[in-house]
Design a protein around this ligand. Structure first.
Ligand SMILES: [Zn+2]
Length: 114
């Protein structure tokens, strides 16, 4: 599986030794985020919070049987087209889970910027 480091911009270009693009741009009081989710084969529910450039801000997984939540490392893959993939490492069963999403299904909402 192809991995994408945080040194890549969301359209896949490598930022050579410079600050990644998502650290530049105007400073706002709010930022737009969207949450995507999918199920793992182990029945855990995987979630990822993405910014408007489809960079993963955080990933987590909920196990409905145990009612617990754990951090799930997640990354966006191929975020340049209308479709993009999100890869998770499920913390419950350690599977690598890759799911495709359509950009039009992203519902962005404002949150206070850190
Ligand atoms: Zn799993």
């Amino acid at each position: 599986m192809r991995t994408v480091s945080r040194g890549l911009t969301c359209d896949g270009r490598v930022v050579n030794g410079r600050s990644p693009a998502f650290f530049s741009g105007p400073v706002n009081d709010t930022m737009k985020v969207a949450t995507v989710s999918s199920g793992c084969e182990c029945e855990a529910r995987l979630f990822a919070e993405l910014d408007e450039r489809k960079v993963v801000l955080r990933g987590w997984a909920k196990d409905p049987r145990r009612g617990r939540e754990l951090t799930a490392p997640a990354n966006t893959v191929g975020a340049r087209a209308g479709q993009f993939d999100v890869g998770w490492m499920c913390p419950w069963c350690t599977r690598n889970v890759l799911r495709s999403f359509d950009e039009s299904s992203m519902v962005l909402h404002d949150i206070p910027a850190a």
